[in-house]
Write a protein that binds this ligand. Structure first.
Ligand code: C5P
Length: 222
């Protein structure tokens, strides 16, 4: 098929999500936010009083939550056991607990299966933009376009604080950097620049400029 898979990995708050959605909308591709899936898994663990720092406790229950991702870039949704949790998964509580949950191999194995099935489905259409930490390295290494997106930590904290309606930028920066540290140092599928990935530092660019650059890369790859 001529379907394209665009893998967009990178650090927390680098602008991956806005970029991924913008590119998918522009090119009429589907969109999968794999971070939202790990967030939903984390929300479930917290709601069920599972100690997120006890990897075997998390592993024992990782098969239970039913997580379904919508793939419309204009209105991405995520349901957990049939309930829309799009708002809950963006809470500080989830921000603070998602990285330890995501480091558990059983969690990753389960998410990998769901993610590959969603990508496989999208190959019947024009394709899909998939964002996360390990898409180009593990989930879909054969993606035609791979990006590794980063941004200056202070710049990304300021942007995220603004998105969150005036949260304290220094606190946001500490939270983003703490997640990056855990995500990059875990044993299973750490955050890395995948083989063949183009590094894009978004710090000096507007969202529109970044989307333009990625769209150009996708057009070239077709
Ligand atoms: O992308 P987002 O910041 O929403 O991701 C939340 C968390 O989910 C990350 O900090 C990371 O721990 C985890 N994640 C992951 N692998 C992915 C996507 C997200 O481990 N592919």
């Amino acid at each position: 098929s001529s379907a394209v898979v665009v893998a967009i990995d990178g650090t927390s708050g680098s602008g991956k999500s806005s970029t991924s959605r913008g590119v998918a909308a522009r090119l009429s591709l589907r969109y999968l936010d794999t971070g939202a899936m790990y967030r939903a898994m984390t929300w479930w663990m917290l709601e069920h009083a599972v100690d997120v720092h006890d990897a075997s406790a998390v592993a024992a229950r990782a098969h239970e939550p039913v997580i379904v991702s919508g793939t419309d870039p204009q209105a991405p949704t995520i349901t957990l056991d049939g309930v829309d949790v799009s708002t809950e998964i963006r809470s500080d509580l989830v921000n603070a607990n998602v990285s330890p949950v995501s480091a558990v191999p059983e969690v990753r194995a389960r998410m990998l299966e769901l993610q590959r099935a969603t990508i496989q489905d999208a190959l019947d259409g024009p394709g899909i933009v998939v964002e996360g930490r390990d898409i180009g390295s593990v989930v879909w290494p054969q993606a035609q376009v791979k990006l590794y997106v980063t941004a200056d930590p202070a710049a990304r904290a300021a942007r995220r604080a603004l998105e969150e309606g005036g949260s304290d930028a220094a606190r946001v920066q500490a939270s983003l950097e703490a997640r990056d540290r855990i995500d990059a140092s875990r044993t299973t599928s750490p955050l890395v620049q995948a083989d063949g990935a183009v590094h894009l530092d978004t710090t000096p660019y507007t969202l529109e400029e970044v989307v333009d650059q990625v769209v150009a890369l996708v057009e070239d790859a077709k």
